[in-house]
Design a protein around this ligand. Structure first.
Ligand SMILES: NC(=O)c1ccc[n+]([C@@H]2O[C@H](COP(=O)([O-])OP(=O)(O)OC[C@H]3O[C@@H](n4cnc5c(N)ncnc54)[C@H](OP(=O)(O)O)[C@@H]3O)[C@@H](O)[C@H]2O)c1
Length: 326
């Protein structure tokens, strides 16, 4: 079977598609025939050796997939060959087949296609955990989302609306902001051309926002923090801009603002029941048409490195999906 291989950490152009032996399902494992695998920023960091998780080389990137069960290992119950599933292998997804631990498999709903199923778990799981479990976002509160047309950002816009918040979406182009409006954003800010702090304050009658969702970092973080209301919560989700900001802590003391770290992967390990609850919530919202992941581009496996480079070049909207059999 074919798989994308990272033989040494480096730019995406170094990745190659190779023929490798088909994986076998060990005890408690499932082999998935991958129909779609979604790309996430951590994949782009991982192949460069810049992510907190550094898989031993060589490895195949790709954290989340949707497809059909091909084989089940000893001790796996409730799954059989041919079942439509979503899987979260963490790595190994950009391949025709991949191995997933049975507890990281869930059914793909009848009315959900493979690309959508692959694109749902990581970004929507992260954004729901961030806004609900960490940020305690309340109906009627105002939420500012940075990088709002990206993977986790677009999910935060939709989930913020589903939770009853007023959503201000900030991104770097009109094209990206148009997508945010389609997803339900009430207001938009082009932070490439507008002053993020001044515009946010103007849009909230100088009160500031209650919650900031920040997957971008860099200079935007402090501007957003300065535009937060009394007891506002800043959700530290990621640093796609490449720079981890250093924040003067008097900005937290003033207005009793809170800085809250979000680490979805570890939260799933710490609280597996909470994760299952959140996934059920997301599936219910999908059925009610309150959320619907935007899959803006689909690439064959042979062009996966091109897709990763587009993500790093800030050219992607919503999610990109790799189709191993295309
Ligand atoms: N904490 C967690 O549990 C968790 C979980 C998942 C992801 N993350 C992190 O969240 C961040 C976003 O992930 P994602 O998958 O949503 O990525 P993405 O789809 O590429 O979105 C990132 C957004 O960041 C903005 N950005 C600003 N400067 C950038 C730059 N120099 N390069 C690339 N993007 C830049 C872009 O929007 P504009 O062009 O509009 O600025 C882009 O849409 C990453 O740092 C990722 O590691 C964290």
């Amino acid at each position: 079977m074919k798989a994308l291989l990272c033989a040494e950490y480096g730019p995406p152009q170094n990745l190659t598609v190779q023929d490798v032996p088909s994986p076998k399902a060990g005890p408690g494992q499932v082999v998935v025939d991958v129909k779609a695998a979604a790309l996430n920023f951590p994949d782009a960091l991982m192949v460069q050796g810049l992510y907190q998780v550094k898989p031993p080389l060589p490895f195949t990137p790709g954290a989340e997939v949707a497809g059909l069960v091909k084989a089940v290992g000893d001790g796996v119950q409730g799954l059989k060959a041919g079942d439509r599933v979503i899987g979260f292998p963490g790595t190994g997804g950009f391949a025709e087949e991949c191995v997933v631990a049975a507890e990281k498999i869930m059914p793909l709903p009848e009315n959900m296609d493979f690309a959508t199923g692959a694109a749902l778990v990581l970004t929507y799981g992260t954004s729901l955990h961030a806004l609900q479990d960490c940020g305690r976002l309340q109906p009627g509160e105002t939420l500012l989302v940075l990088g709002a047309a990206g993977g986790v950002g677009a999910a935060a816009v939709e989930i913020g609306k589903a939770m009853g918040a007023r959503v201000i979406a900030a991104a770097s182009s009109e094209d990206k902001l148009a997508l945010c409006r389609r997803l339900g954003a009430d207001e938009t800010i082009d932070y490439a051309t507008e002053d993020l702090r001044k515009r946010t304050l103007a849009l909230t009658g100088e009160k500031g926002v209650d919650v900031v969702y920040d997957p971008v970092g860099g200079s935007y973080t402090e501007s957003a923090l300065r535009a937060m209301a009394w007891r506002g919560r800043l959700l530290v989700v990621g640093f796609a801009a490449g720079e981890i900001p250093k924040i003067p802590l008097n900005l937290a003391l003033l207005k009793e603002r809170q800085l809250l770290g979000v680490y979805w992967g570890d939260s799933v390990r710490q609280d597996p029941r909470g994760h299952v609850r959140n996934m059920k919530q997301l599936m219910a919202w999908f059925a009610e048409k309150k959320i619907n992941p935007v899959v803006s581009e689909q690439f064959p496996l042979a062009r996966a490195s091109e897709a990763i480079q587009r993500l790093l070049d800030r050219k992607v909207k919503g999610k990109v999906v790799i189709l191993p059999e295309a």
